[in-house]
Write a protein that binds this ligand. Structure first.
Ligand code: 6GU
Length: 251
């Protein structure tokens, strides 16, 4: 996977991506990352990249031409029109299935806006995907690009080792992960659940599945609607909800 980031802050991208698992994957050749400075493609006297919006309004806009030339330089180098993600709160909200799907691309270009955004005309010409990372506002697209690259990268074969495995974690089958425990067996008076010490693998799997379902029901009921559960499991959730209601009524 080759990541190409079009940005006014290339050092932010390079510094942010050079640590831990992603840094290791770059060093080992499973990933490559380049940060293209849009300002290098501003061929005017003061390397200006922004201007006032027509029609008035707050703030400045990034102009079309430097963005276009930065994109064109990347497209020429890789020899085709790549998939281009524009990071914007006006995009579709990013999720795990988008990460899984994007991990199949050979190249991904991320376009990071700043100020009040980018001239619409260049977006129309080069952007293939409009993506947001959630319903809140950030000052620029760099952090969202790094969030997306992190989650896409870990779906690329070779990036995670076997024991860091990608899929059996949160969001596998739209369920959250079960709670986990390490040594010591007792800490601050809290004991590790007995079943985990039993060595009985079938019981451990059963307990973990229950915990995943219960945790999803409590914390992310919106996810639970999309989860793949057996009829027995749906019934157990109904029982649990009934119990909760009884508990609440007694308080
Ligand atoms: Cl992708 N960009 C910006 N600027 N703000 C955001 C966002 C993206 N996603 C959520 N907020």
């Amino acid at each position: 996977m080759n990541f190409h980031v079009l940005t006014l802050f290339p050092e932010m991208i390079l510094q942010g991506m050079n640590t831990s698992i992603i840094g290791r994957a770059i060093a080992n050749g499973y990933l490559s990352l380049e940060a293209v400075n849009i300002r290098d493609y501003a061929f005017n006297k003061h390397q200006k990249v922004d201007d006032y919006p027509y029609g008035g309004g707050a703030g400045m806009l990034m102009q079309a031409e430097p963005v276009y030339l930065a994109w064109e330089a990347v497209a020429r180098r890789i020899g085709r029109r790549p998939r281009v993600v524009y990071l914007t709160p006006q995009g579709s909200v990013f999720n795990q299935s988008m990460a899984r799907e994007m991990a199949k691309e050979e190249d991904l270009v991320f376009l990071c806006g700043h100020y009040e955004g980018i001239d619409e005309r260049v977006l129309e010409e080069i952007v293939t995907d409009y993506v947001s990372i959630g319903d809140y506002v950030l000052t620029g697209g760099e952090l969202p690009a790094m969030v997306m690259m992190d989650s896409v990268a870990r779906m690329v074969p070779g990036v995670l080792s076997n024991h860091e495995s990608g899929e059996t974690e949160s969001f596998a089958g739209n369920l959250l992960e079960y709670p986990q425990y390490s040594r010591p067996e007792e800490w601050h008076g809290k004991k590790v659940p007995e079943v985990l010490l039993s060595g009985h693998h079938a019981n451990i799997e059963k307990w973990r599945r229950e915990q995943s379902i219960l945790r999803t029901a409590k914390r992310r009921p919106d996810l639970l609607k999309k989860a793949e559960l057996t009829n027995k499991e749906w019934n157990e959730i109904r029982q649990w909800k009934k119990q909760q209601k009884t508990d609440a009524d007694q308080e």
